[in-house]
Design a protein around this ligand. Structure first.
Ligand SMILES: CC(C)(COP(=O)(O)OP(=O)(O)OC[C@H]1O[C@@H](n2cnc3c(N)ncnc32)[C@H](O)[C@@H]1OP(=O)(O)O)[C@@H](O)C(=O)NCCC(=O)NCCS
Length: 189
């Protein structure tokens, strides 16, 4: 069974390592245009994942969660998932997710985590979720489509706040990502 639990500040270094120093990182870093031997450092990660993701003061801006696997009476933190709403119009958020190692991928865990977070956010009143995997990340794309996301043309002004319109590029370089959307209207409890 998979469930989400709020991530705390003390988890931030660990989730950074899962993203940039795990066995899938060389492949993912390459897709995102980082030199293999020089992924972003922890300080850079902290600029993206500010304190508020790990605290409860600004849920309107975003929040981070650990993905927990409960199996045979034990619990293990197996990944990270978050939403960010700062740059998007009211009622919208962008999701980001990574598991901690290849060992945990391909088992349906990430798909369940995305469904759980979507469910929670839709119940809290959001109506549109976006996610932007690299086009080359076929495993992620497959998972997000299973979670209910659909391909849509990326029309920045439909999603981004005016003040963020000069910074609408995703993590995979110009034209390098796939724009996927999940709407509450298609959501079933
Ligand atoms: C992306 C991620 C969260 C998806 O979670 P997951 O638990 O692996 O997803 P699922 O197991 O539900 O689905 C993965 C699908 O890709 C398929 N798949 C597995 N390995 C694959 C590979 N190397 N290439 C292509 N497809 C692959 C699986 O068969 C599965 O499809 P299926 O259910 O139709 O058979 C997880 O794989 C991950 O953390 N990857 C590394 C980090 C990453 O890429 N993060 C996303 C950044 S946008």
């Amino acid at each position: 069974m998979i469930y989400l639990k709020k991530a705390e500040l003390q988890d931030r270094k660990k989730v950074y390592d899962w993203l940039y120093h795990s066995d899938f990182s060389p492949e993912l870093n390459k897709m995102q245009g980082y030199p293999p031997d020089r992924p972003p450092g922890f300080d850079e990660f902290k600029e993206d994942y500010e304190d508020f993701y790990f605290e409860d003061f600004s849920p309107e801006k975003g929040r981070a969660y650990l993905i927990v696997l409960k199996k045979d009476g034990t619990k293990e933190n197996i990944g990270f998932i978050s939403y960010t709403a700062i740059h998007l119009k009211k009622g919208m958020a962008e999701i980001d997710i990574w598991l901690k190692s290849l060992k945990y991928t391909g088992k349906g865990y990430g798909t369940v985590a995305v469904k759980l977070l979507s469910h929670k956010l839709f119940n809290e009143g959001l109506h549109t979720l976006i996610i932007r995997p690299c086009l080359k990340n076929t495993r992620a794309i497959r998972s997000y489509k299973k979670s209910g996301f659909q391909e849509e043309p990326f029309i920045p002004e439909n999603y981004f706040k005016t003040e963020y319109m000069d910074d609408t590029e995703g993590d995979c370089g110009p034209g390098g990502d796939l724009f996927l959307v999940k709407k509450a209207i298609n959501f079933r409890h």
